[in-house]
Design a protein around this ligand. Structure first.
Ligand SMILES: N[C@@H](CCC(=O)N[C@@H](CS)C(=O)NCC(=O)O)C(=O)O
Length: 213
């Protein structure tokens, strides 16, 4: 398998973590989002949304959309489970995962930040306020869904919702979102990062990671 990925991409981080948790090996193909490599015509033929991740299976099938990729991975290699099979647990876990993937992440995407600048002349401080404001709003809703005493979203092992949380919390740290009001999110992210398979997927551990001051 080949995973088209960018180190700081939270959607790539989710998929890297899932592949690692399942013990699957894959080749990483680097897509430099800051340099605009996602808009390269050759890459667009793989992923018309000009975004990472893209997973190309050994047989050549091309998968896009991180949540669909996670679903495919979990259906194909069921252990350890990332999406619960019990309908109620599944609905609860997916609600948390989708709160990150569908409500928070799209407002914080690179193309959105670039458009704030290009279309409206936003300053660095205004861009930070945008990122911090939308993350805090989304996190407030998610925090209220989380149990105060479980190591992960649903029990003792990370699932799809935990992978969405740990990756979004990386972005929150990057944009200096105040996190005092989100102890459950902070605990879950810390517990995820103590799992070697997830830590191996962390942006800083990717081949394209850069030292940024
Ligand atoms: N809903 C898509 C979003 C993919 C996405 O937008 N990824 C970001 C990186 S986290 C990206 O490639 N952004 C490129 C850009 O905004 O130009 C998914 O979950 O795969």
């Amino acid at each position: 398998m080949k995973l088209y990925s960018y180190w700081r991409s939270t959607t790539s981080y989710r998929v890297r973590a899932a592949l690692n948790l399942k013990g699957l090996s894959y080749e990483t193909v680097l897509v430099d989002l800051v340099a605009g490599a996602q808009k390269d015509p050759a890459y667009i033929t793989l992923n018309p949304a000009a975004a990472v991740p893209t997973l190309v299976l050994d047989g050549g099938a091309v998968l896009t959309q991180s949540m669909a990729i996670l679903d495919y991975i979990d259906a194909t290699w069921p252990e350890p489970r990332l999406i619960p099979t019990d309908p109620l647990d599944r609905a609860r876990v997916l609600a948390v995962a989708h709160s990150v993937a569908l409500d928070v992440h799209p407002l914080n995407n690179l193309r959105v930040v670039l458009a704030l600048d290009a279309k409206f002349g936003a300053t660095s401080a205004q861009k930070s306020a945008w990122m911090q404001g939308w993350m805090a709003k989304g996190f407030t809703a998610i925090e209220a869904h989380l149990a105060p005493n479980t190591p992960f979203v649903s029990g003792d092992a990370p699932n799809i919702a935990d992978l969405c949380i740990v990756s979004q919390m990386y972005n929150a740290d990057r944009w200096k979102v105040p996190l005092d009001a989100f102890p459950n999110l902070a605990r879950i992210a810390a517990n995820c990062m103590a799992v070697p398979a997830i830590m191996a997927a962390h942006p800083d551990n990717q081949p394209d990671a850069k030292e940024i001051k």
